[in-house]
Write a protein that binds this ligand. Structure first.
Ligand code: DON
Length: 304
């Protein structure tokens, strides 16, 4: 497979479509300013071969892609106990929905919807020493470059995160949040506000195509079984109410964020990241999805 040629072809096919459909997330003011006419793609194989094209080196807000890293940390710290507070079923609802929490007694459907990520952040506050620094250290080590929190985005997120405040309080009302709501949300808002580029993200999720082993040191980040389980959750829940459509059209475990990034895993083979800020109605990158569909159609690399 000539990865570079494939990525260059995808960029050439996507470029004419930039700016024609979708909309940048505007409920977080700091994200509303991003130019929608950008597209980047990068991959890293299991053996460390890398390729990238388009705006692959432009940083963007990783947003919900951070839920992959927080889940990794929580699985490492809490093991099976984590699943006493969080389910593993797709929600079929938007990422920030409150509906199921009521009838399901404050147990979020899965760790990738906002309610679930807030429960994961609660676990990190309980089990970790300093979750924000530990998350930055984990991601920096995985992509072999320092990453930081964009404080302006984090503040914008906190100032407008009314639904997340509601979700956290709702979980707390069922006695299923151990820590103070503000402390937990501070972790959640800050993890969302990390800027990274496509190549950094393709590296940072590469352990998921390597049975949990670190892309540079080879040390186990999590067990092979845990890595497979994260991939299963990404396939079934990583793109919210579009998870079925993603499995149908792309056929890979994916995790999206409202910054327009999507990471995807071809188990045992490679990790990918695409980015284009304009989103569809499910809050997934419109052209990012198209690019992933082109990639799996052209290479035949899908899990099915
Ligand atoms: O909770 C929020 O609203 C954001 N910080 C993250 C949401 C997100 O990225 C959902 N993804 N598509």
């Amino acid at each position: 497979m000539n990865s570079q040629e494939i990525l260059d072809d995808i960029v050439a096919a996507i470029r004419p479509q930039l700016g024609k459909a979708g909309a940048v997330a505007n409920y977080i003011p700091a994200l509303a300013r991003v130019n929608p006419c950008q597209f980047g793609i990068a991959l890293r194989t299991r053996d460390g071969v890398e390729a990238w094209a388009g705006d692959a080196m432009t940083p963007f807000s990783i947003q919900s892609i951070s839920k992959v890293f927080s889940l990794t940390m929580a699985m490492r710290l809490a093991g099976e106990r984590l699943w006493e507070r969080i389910g593993r079923e797709p929600s079929g609802n938007p990422f920030n929905s409150l509906m199921q929490l009521e009838s399901e007694q404050g147990i979020p459907r899965n760790p990738f919807i906002n309610a679930g990520a807030i429960a994961v952040a609660d676990c990190l506050v309980t089990c970790g020493d300093d979750p924000k620094s530990e998350m930055l250290a984990l991601i920096s080590s995985l992509c072999d470059e320092p990453v930081h929190i964009d404080e302006e985005v984090a503040a914008s997120e906190a100032a407008t995160g009314f639904r997340n405040v509601a979700l956290a309080n709702f979980i707390k009302s069922f006695g299923k949040l151990d820590n103070d709501v503000c402390t937990v949300l501070d972790v959640y808002f800050r993890q969302c506000a990390i800027p990274m580029n496509c190549l950094q993200l393709a590296r940072a999720v590469n352990f998921l195509c390597r049975d949990g082993s670190h892309p540079f040191s080879g040390v186990q980040v999590i067990s092979a079984r845990q890595a497979r389980r994260i991939n299963a959750l990404m396939l079934t829940c990583g793109t919210y109410d579009a998870a079925g459509e993603f499995a149908f059209l792309i056929g890979l475990p994916c995790k999206s964020g409202v910054g327009g990034g999507i990471v995807a895993i071809v188990p045992d083979t490679l990790s990918l990241c695409v980015w284009s800020p304009a989103l569809d109605a499910s809050h997934n990158s419109l052209l990012g999805q198209k690019a992933l569909e082109m990639f799996t159609s052209r290479t035949g690399l899908s899990i099915f």
